[in-house]
Write a protein that binds this ligand. Sequence first.
Ligand SMILES: Nc1nc2c(ncn2[C@@H]2O[C@@H]3COP(=O)(O)O[C@H]4[C@@H](O)[C@H](n5cnc6c(=O)[nH]c(N)nc65)O[C@@H]4COP(=O)(O)O[C@H]3[C@H]2O)c(=O)[nH]1
Length: 957
Amino acid sequence: MDRRLSLSGSKVARRILFSFVLAALIPIGILGVLSFQQVKQQLQEQTAKALQRGCKDYAYGLVSRLLFAESSLRLAALKIHKSNKNDKPVALAGEQWLQGQFTGLAVLQADGQPATLSQDNAAIPVLTAEELAQIVAGKTLLKPVNGQRLEDSRLWMAINLVENSPKAGILMAELKPELLWNSETIDPNNLLWVMAADSVQMLFALEQDFDPSPELRAQVAQANSGRFSWQKDEEAYLGAYWKLPVATLFFGPDLIIVQSQPESLAFRAIRQFSAIYPPVILLAVLIVVYLSSRLIVKYLTPLERLILGTHRVAEGDLECRVTIDSDDEFEELADSFNEMTRRLRSQFNILATMAEIDRNILSALNAEDIIDTALNRLPSILFCDLISIAVINPDIGIANDIRVRRRGQNSEILSEPVILNQQDVADLRDLQNGAIEIGNDDEQMSEYLHVLGVSGAWRYLVVPVHVNGTLASIICLGYQAPKQIPPESRNAAISFGDRIAVALSNAAWEEKLYQHAHYDSLTGLPNRLVLHDRLGQELARARRDDAQLAVFFMDLDRFKNVNDSLGHSAGDELLRQVAGIFLNCVRATDLVVRLGGDEFVIVIGELHTQHNPAAFVSAVAEKILTALKQPVTVAGLPMTVTTSVGIALFPDDADNVQDLLKNADAAMYHAKSEGRANFRFYSPELNAAALENIKLEQELRGAIGRNELLVFYQPKVDWDGHIVGAEALIRWRHTELGMISPAKFIPLAEQTSLIVEISDWVLEQTCLWVNACHAQGLGPLRISVNLSAVDFKHPELVEKIAAVLNRTGVDPKFIELELTESVAIGDIKACIERMHHLKELGLTLSMDDFGTGFSSLSYLKELPLDVLKIDQSFVRQLETDGSSAAIVRAILALADGLGMETIAEGVETAVQLELLKQHHCGLFQGYLFSRPVPKDEFLSLLQADALKRGTAQPAAS
Ligand SMILES: Nc1nc2c(ncn2[C@@H]2O[C@@H]3COP(=O)(O)O[C@H]4[C@@H](O)[C@H](n5cnc6c(=O)[nH]c(N)nc65)O[C@@H]4COP(=O)(O)O[C@H]3[C@H]2O)c(=O)[nH]1
């Protein structure tokens, strides 16, 4: 940063310059003024003194000329006296030695009257008596005589003609003014004048016609000597005077010698000074400006650089350096500034890195990304030569993932986990929110640090990271000796440690959330979200590899019964075990998903590696079905479950996730409808079946109104084959589709709750039919009506049935309700209570399809059941399957033990009948006796049966 100061651009520079100039100007000015005054005073003094001296000199000259004139006059007197001639003065006057001094001579009589004159016209002044007396006394008279004009003024001198002889007369002479007032030595610029001290009359003035004012005259007459200032023609003058004490030598007035000089003349030296002074001041100012500018530039340029530096720092440029080599405080200041910016830069770098780490913490899914960022960024900002971050396994105290980065190298992971000393772990755990500094030779040097200290001597800063009070990680900064650990490194490392703690905690939480969002908590299997994601990926891969892919859709047959009968925890346990079985049946690369409830999906990928993909898929399905045949233990009970598997193939059956799942689902329903515990591949027809189901459902809704529903009756017979009752079975005679089996539409009706309406209708029809039969003298007959689980759980079931009984007026003892195990068992207490209410109505209750569910025999005795109905699947296998026979025997024995009636359904053959009779089954129902028939046909069967009985009484109820 090299920038020269501009004086005009810097306020400080301008102020300093102004101050410097002022500082120079004020003393110079004061000095100038004082000097001026001093010089003026001095000059005044000197001038006054010179004028005074001039007055004195002039006075001395005047005295000497007067004395010379006196001696000349005495000589002349002597000469006159000796000659004793009266004309002598005239003659003498012509003599050159006198001519030079006197204008004329005159001899006076002793009384002062003129005697002889050198000139006729000489105006001889009249002497006063005193003057005469003085002269007589031997004194020399000096008498000023004023003329009209100043130049006419004269000075006369008078002495006794003969010394000590006053009567001899008096010699008078008029002093020659040129000689007397000789002013050759006087500066022509000066004013000089002489006055009589007593009369202040002017006697002589160097300047013609000069007439000082009376005040001035009076002023100078006051003292023997002095000085004064005055104005003449508006010009200032300095003046001095000296009183010549003439009276001591002569008899006459003292003379005042006055000299004056114009101030301008006196102050000529000052005028020169005034002329020189401003340029000198100007020069001084210029020198001050020049020197101070140089100084200012010299001293303010560093300041300017510092200011520029601070501006750049303020604008965020922390890279700027201020270079000043002045070897003074400015250089020190620049060094401090550079150190400050370095620290700021370091702090900002630390903050930026921390912010980046914070962002990573917020966005990263795992701690590894954050640790990687830290390893890459921290060495440069913490000025360390090595950084390592170890993730600790808190359970076993092992640092098993130690990432190290040395300066200038990429980070690496130490392969060998380090077993931490228990003391180290305890020490680090106790050190919450802190750091310890450890030297290489330190006894505290732990095994963990030994591993890192591979290149020379080191100092370490160790920061433990705690998550939920547990030592989760160790951050270690390594410094090459003898470097000191900078304090900002320590703070930043601790702060970073906090972030790692948050990151690790977040990562664990994220992991938990991810698990929660993507995995089924019960079985640990991936869920629907993962299925869609993975299946999408598998499809993309299969498309790319031109491969096939299979999707299995499965649910457990009659799983609901398990849940209802053994409780949800048993159901959960079963699902867990089934999930394990599924996983064991597929490859690790295949995907097993629990969709929810008892629904599972398996995605079999990489079918291109198989010679015959379809055969492979079938084999997997078989494997699953076979594996499930092995009994599992749930709630302490051995149990076998079956599943129905629907299989859809990519790309034959569908080419996207949705359709594959939908078609596999359809295939599964197909498998179910074909008897469960098997698998079916999807075919387009299945789709048609699904559509048909939807159509069927819509049509079923209007079937009652359109009188398309019918009730058929299937007789129940006793040992002798006589009809003792019947089961009411619904039929749907569709106008277009013909007769539709209840096996087809009842499940549909149960799914849509239409079954409630249908069951109500069947019950009412049955009651009416019972009444009709009895009215015709046929009977008494007990006719059973199927009640589905949906019907049974209807909150107003009892009230509704009571209402039908009331409405139809049927005797309830002729009506039997057939419940399935799923209806009868579940919330067992509520179920029992409801059954009691039904019993209280006078109805008979039977358990349908007994043996197929998971009824617990322990509470069967609690149920107010009248009849147990053996499921036709056991009856069908009576002849072939020993275990079915055993079950039938057991059921019959149980019913007998509980005092219940028994009836076997689905009896088709005489052998079955015989076997059932052998096992003491009470009643029988099946095609062997009659198929379900319309009511008219059933009426005929009844009539025929009555005839067959002949004399025999119809069976009593
Ligand atoms: N193979 C064979 N089958 C025999 C034999 N004897 C009787 N069946 C059939 O076995 C089924 C007996 O009824 P379910 O077990 O209650 O099974 C019934 C019952 O669960 C339900 N269902 C029928 N009508 C109603 C009804 O009105 N209400 C309710 N909720 N369900 C009904 O539909 C199921 C099927 O009824 P269906 O098709 O009428 O079939 C009837 C009957 O026709 C035989 O010897 N061999």
